[in-house]
Design a protein around this ligand. Structure first.
Ligand SMILES: NC(=O)CC[C@H](N)C(=O)O
Length: 211
């Protein structure tokens, strides 16, 4: 299986490592590839769009001709995990002219919603589909403002959606790739039902891989 990580900017290697570990947990051998130009996404089964700066990422995916390929990937029903800036880039509207969003996720976004007083913080968040809270790492994080009917909210923080799912897209305002916990990558890419899984992520990954 081939997984592409949009590598314009941001925490690319962390996503690649998390995807490989998530694959291992499901007995799937995943090859990861960094994407900086067009022509690679069509060969990918899975796609991650990392955090970083959504202005830069959105500009580059358009300039490099990657944007229509991401659209085709989603329209083909292939999984995408988008984190933080990735969430902003996929949204319908980031309410900021500097971000040319792809309008693949029926949601509007508040960029930097948590404001300067709390640019970054960690907090455990409950996520639909996970038994135990997920260690949320929020870095100048956005929140989801309005969502369309087809969007499921998987997690909220202070009453605001911070993880959503629509079709093949799972998008988070926080950064699962910056933790050792690969449950979000497993949910996004391997359609795992981890809701009844009470083990710690590490133990859990080891056990499943050993089966
Ligand atoms: N950690 C992040 O990805 C921050 C995203 C940033 N707030 C933006 O608008 O692009």
């Amino acid at each position: 299986m081939k997984a592409g990580v949009i590598a314009v900017q941001g925490d690319v290697s962390e996503h690649a490592a998390a995807i490989r570990r998530a694959g291992e947990a499901h007995g799937v051998d995943v090859e990861t590839v960094s994407i900086r130009r067009s022509g690679i996404v069509p060969d990918c089964d899975l796609l991650a769009i990392p955090g970083g700066e959504s202005t830069t990422i959105s500009r580059q995916v358009h300039d490099e001709g990657i944007a229509p390929e991401i659209r085709a990937h989603v329209e083909a029903g292939k999984p995408v995990l988008a984190t933080c800036a990735g969430l902003i880039v996929l949204s319908r509207d980031a309410k900021d002219d500097r971000v040319s969003t792809l309008d693949l996720l029926d949601a509007t976004i508040d960029r930097n919603a948590f404001g300067r007083q709390a640019d970054s913080f960690r907090a455990p968040v409950d996520v639909v589909g996970l038994e135990d809270p997920f260690p949320g790492v929020f870095i100048r994080a956005p929140t989801v403002d309005e969502v369309g009917d087809g969007v499921e909210t998987l997690s909220t923080w202070e009453s605001r959606p911070v993880a959503v799912r629509e079709g093949p897209i799972l998008a988070t305002a926080f950064h699962p790739e910056l933790t050792d916990d690969v449950r979000i990558h497993r949910l996004a890419f391997f359609d795992a039902d981890l809701a009844t899984d009470a083990d710690s992520p590490e133990d859990d990954a080891g056990e499943v891989a050993a089966e």
